[in-house]
Design a protein around this ligand. Structure first.
Ligand SMILES: [Zn+2]
Length: 239
């Protein structure tokens, strides 16, 4: 009788592997107070960002970078935190990650840098990108060389291959993921991206769910977190 109860109980223990084939990939840009430059909704204040990361910590999420993509089937509540455009204020995210780090919570995120813009005013410098890449908190990946609409550019090789090589030179680490500027792609862009990368990120809304579809790793969806996103809304976004 006891044996039967144990077996019945085992059947009802949630299976992490099947529960985890879905993973939200969050999209941030500026982590700063809105200062009048650019679109306000693309900012998240450091205070709100900290509340959001703390929510993930308290609710047992595992923050992954693309080097660990295969772990989405193995870890509890996988989630990716991504930052586009390589803004200097992403250093505020580093401070938040450092504050929240604990034995059981290892925060990490991915910065998609624009290789030709590295070191411009308000953008992360090469030495900052290098130290972020070696901090244990960030992976630095490519957002192309000049941030064009890839479906219209005439120099795909420069945007894809050169940007990858330049960022690898800066950080000394492999670049395996590309975020398409403006989320724009077509079949040619995807085919070219596959030559140099293992992952391509769009702005198709919603969480990633493994469906074994053709090219699904090059059409990864992302969820915008905005200036006006409340913590209650955030909780819904990562559900
Ligand atoms: Zn961008």
């Amino acid at each position: 009788m006891k044996k039967i109860i144990v077996i019945v109980l085992l059947l009802f223990i949630p299976n992490q592997a099947s529960a985890a084939s879905k993973a939200p990939i969050l999209l941030y840009h500026w982590i700063d107070e809105y200062n009048g430059y650019g679109q306000k909704e693309l900012y998240v204040t450091p205070e709100n960002f900290e509340k959001q990361m703390d929510f993930l910590k308290k609710n047992g999420y595992t923050l992954l970078t693309f080097e660990r993509f295969e772990e989405i089937d193995k870890v509890n509540k996988p989630i990716f935190i991504t930052f586009d455009d390589g803004w200097k204020d992403n250093l505020n995210a580093l401070s938040v990650f450092k504050r929240l780090k604990e034995k059981k919570f290892a925060p990490s995120g991915t910065i998609f840098a624009i290789s030709d813009f590295v070191g411009r005013p308000e953008r992360l410098s090469a030495s900052e990108l290098k130290s972020l890449a070696h901090s244990g908190y960030f992976s630095i990946q490519s957002h192309t060389a000049t941030h064009p609409n890839l479906t219209k550019t005439t120099n795909l090789d420069y945007e894809l291959k050169h940007s990858k090589e330049k960022i690898e030179q800066i950080t000394g680490k492999p670049v395996i993921a590309l975020a398409y500027p403006y989320g724009s792609y077509n079949s040619k862009v995807v085919a070219e991206t596959k030559k140099f990368y293992q992952y391509g990120l769009t702005t198709i809304p919603g969480p990633f769910a493994k469906k074994q579809l053709h090219d699904e790793l090059f059409l990864l969806p992302r969820i915008y977190v905005n200036y006006s996103t409340s913590l209650k809304e955030f909780a819904q976004l990562v559900k």
